[in-house]
Write a protein that binds this ligand. Sequence first.
Ligand code: FES
Ligand code: FES
Length: 158
Amino acid sequence: MVSVRPVKLHINGEEHALTLEPRVTLLDALREHLHLTGTKKGCDQGQCGACTVHVDGERVLACLTLAVQAEGCAITTIEGLTAPDGTPHPVQQAFMEEDAFQCGYCTPGQIMSAVACIREGHAGSDDEIREFMAGNLCRCGAYPNIVSAVRKAAEAAS
Ligand code: FES
Ligand code: FES
């Protein structure tokens, strides 16, 4: 018999009560149980960054985090970056202006990582941006425009 337990997750300012097996990842809780499908599943093995979300303001790989580990924490997903009136977050806006995506599959993870990269003060130069965004892979090779978008958003925020 599969054992389940109640899990409360605080996501994008809202509390969600779930009943989950303890082995369910945060990524599967978001996508399969809460239908927050903006967070993408790429490798599901911690290699690609497509599943990047923020937990208490820190970027984490949701595929390597159990949902139960995130109980009591403030979780932010790509859906939570956009303002309630639909205004995009400045990093989302910069990605659109710089044409920083092709298929777009890696984009939510790239944006979540970029927001943290800028907030952590690691967007001072293109080399620094590349280094601190290195965990986010783009199979389309949109890297030059991603770096431009992060630089533009970082400059606007400074
Ligand atoms: S899906 Fe989590 S790192 Fe690839
Ligand atoms: S835009 Fe296609 S994977 Fe990055």
